[in-house]
Design a protein around this ligand. Structure first.
Ligand SMILES: C[S@@+](CC[C@H](N)C(=O)[O-])C[C@H]1O[C@@H](n2cnc3c(N)ncnc32)[C@H](O)[C@@H]1O
Length: 394
């Protein structure tokens, strides 16, 4: 029998949920083994910072493992037959092993809703090279054509600016501005608006939009992890589904705080792990492993994580969740739009062979269908959840 590793999503790295998943997995494995099936549950490894629980099974085939996971009532992300280990795995008294990060060489991946098998490089090391990761991610956001997607989230930016409250004359920084939604919204409210992003082509579009509306917006190519501004130089620092995609979450959090003046406000809108985009990013990750060292962007969709990233330099951390309604002709139209234009899905698809791309597309279609509000002739209508976290600089 070979060993198989199953990856499960554990929202917010919740230890109790991980323990429950491990117990169900063990019961299902034991039941199947009693029925004479060649599958045996070995142990679970929980990596809270990756919101992931790995189950280790011994079995004759990946299909048997998939059956065990289904019987346990768990939703698996993927099954790997690999020379895989989890760095720093340590047995804990409650029977669930804690690890830090995945290490492995190559794996054979079977995704949930497709029986297609593909070989992809996977795994992360204990000490990620964040500069290399940043360069990779910059290339991802430069790929596709984000401008074709950007309009979908205009309401998120408008909500963020109104929720935080921007007054005439405020100096406002929009971190990871993309095509400029938040910076433009702030400028429309007579603020002194500044936007930064590390994709020059997106900044050019933001400049054209500002020119078309005759708005004064300063747009600068820069990295969210190294903001080119003095300490305390902004009244309001905002980011709409932008800074969450920085490679080094800790550095980005520190920079947000550093450039905000005492008494100034920080407001961050991020997709939640449980929402539609959280599901989409996990779906992509199940087909093409994220680069080594990448932390899930949707960590920023939980208040506790953002409070930790902003640290002691802020007070009065609060959050609200909201949804932005999206409409597509159908689920396939959504999948094709994102596979063609959205950097993360576009570049993932480029790393797969034809069969792998078809499997990814099928899973994206299934995800969209599972979120459809069922409005029939109006096409696919779904609500994408995000969280706005606000804080005040001490
Ligand atoms: C989903 S888009 C959102 C863009 C924009 N905020 C909006 O609301 O449309 C994510 C943006 O984050 C930018 N980004 C990600 N990491 C960054 C970093 N470390 N520094 C600067 N920009 C970054 C990408 O280039 C991309 O424009």
């Amino acid at each position: 029998m070979a060993e198989y590793l199953v990856e499960l999503y554990v929202a917010q790295g919740d230890h109790t949920a991980a323990r429950r998943q491990a117990a169900s997995a063990e019961r299902a494995g034991t039941d199947l083994a009693r029925e004479g099936r060649a599958v045996r549950y070995l142990r679970s490894i929980f990596v809270p910072e990756d919101e992931t629980c790995f189950l280790l099974y011994e079995a004759d085939s990946a299909d048997l493992v998939t059956e065990a996971v289904a019987r346990a009532g768990l939703r698996l992300e993927h099954v790997s037959a690999a020379t895989t280990s989890v760095a720093g795995a340590q047995e804990s008294p409650d029977g669930i092993t804690k690890g830090t990060r995945m290490t492995s060489t190559t794996s054979t991946t079977t995704s949930t809703s497709s029986s297609t098998t593909s070989t992809t490089p996977t795994g992360t090391t204990g000490a990620p090279d964040l500069a290399e990761l940043r360069d990779k991610q910059q290339k991802v956001w430069s790929s596709g054509d984000y401008n074709k997607i950007a309009a979908l989230t205009v309401p998120v930016s408008e909500h963020l600016v109104d929720h935080v409250g921007v007054s005439p004359g405020d100096r406002v920084l929009d971190v990871a501005t993309g095509t400029g939604h938040v910076a433009l919204a702030a400028a429309r409210r007579s603020a002194e608006a500044v936007g930064i992003d590390y994709v020059p082509a997106l900044l050019d579009i933001a400049r054209r939009r500002a020119a078309a509306e005759d708005l004064a917006v300063e747009l600068t190519e820069a990295d969210a992890e190294h903001l080119p501004y003095d300490d305390a130089s902004f009244d309001v620092v905002l980011s709409a589904i932008g800074v969450m995609f920085a490679a080094d979450h800790e550095a980005a959090g520190r920079e947000l705080v550093r450039v905000t003046r005492p008494g100034g406000r920080i407001g961050l809108a991020s997709w939640t792990p449980e929402g539609f985009v959280g599901g989409m990013l996990r779906t992509v990750g199940a087909h093409v492993s994220p680069p080594p060292g990448a932390q899930p962007a949707t960590r920023w969709g939980t208040e506790e994580v953002v409070a930790g990233l902003l640290g002691d330099g802020v007070t009065d951390v609060r959050s609200v969740t909201a949804t932005v309604r999206q409409r597509f002709a159908d689920a396939a139209a959504f999948a094709d739009l994102f596979l063609t234009y959205y950097g993360p899905t576009f570049s993932a698809a480029g790393r797969l062979d034809e069969e792998g791309r078809a499997a990814l597309r099928a899973d994206l279609v299934a995800l969209a269908e599972s979120h459809d509000r069922g409005e029939g002739s109006r096409g696919l209508v779904c609500d994408w959840e995000y969280r706005i976290v606000t804080a005040t600089r001490r």
